[in-house]
Design a protein around this ligand. Structure first.
Ligand SMILES: O=C(CO)COP(=O)(O)O
Length: 126
């Protein structure tokens, strides 16, 4: 039996409203996925759609991006939605870049903004 597909969801603070909207808009499809998220993002997703199965990892600046990178490298994440804030300096910028790098290395679908994430979700079968 194949395992449940896993999507990683992350949003920087200025993009958390976008992530809540994304979760609401795609609730029906996301219900069929296991979700891993960085700490604060995961909390916002659960607030927006309480029925979703969300595993909350560390907050991004405390290692959450690296945890998700590790899950990508072990083949446990099938898709990454990462709403990045390009206008705010981040103390953990190197972690952000490392995560995008691993998503590229392992060739998993990666959306960095809401419009691309919407298109990705439209490509998914239920
Ligand atoms: O900083 C982040 C991604 O780089 C996100 O972390 P939080 O979801 O804990 O805010």
């Amino acid at each position: 039996m194949s395992r449940t597909r896993c999507i990683a969801l992350i949003a920087h603070d200025q993009k958390k409203d976008d992530m809540a909207e994304f979760a609401r808009r795609h609730k029906a499809k996301l219900m069929g996925w296991r979700i891993v998220a960085t700490g604060t993002t995961g909390g916002r997703i659960k607030e927006a759609v309480s029925e979703l199965d969300v595993t909350r990892l560390k907050s991004g600046p405390l290692g959450g991006d690296q945890q998700i990178g590790a899950l990508i490298s072990t083949g446990e994440v099938d898709m990454l939605v990462f709403f990045v804030d390009p206008l705010t300096p981040m103390p953990h910028d190197v972690d952000v870049k490392a995560l995008m790098r691993l998503a590229t290395v392992y060739d998993i679908p990666m959306a960095l903004n809401l419009s691309t994430a919407d298109i990705l979700m439209q490509t998914l079968t239920a």
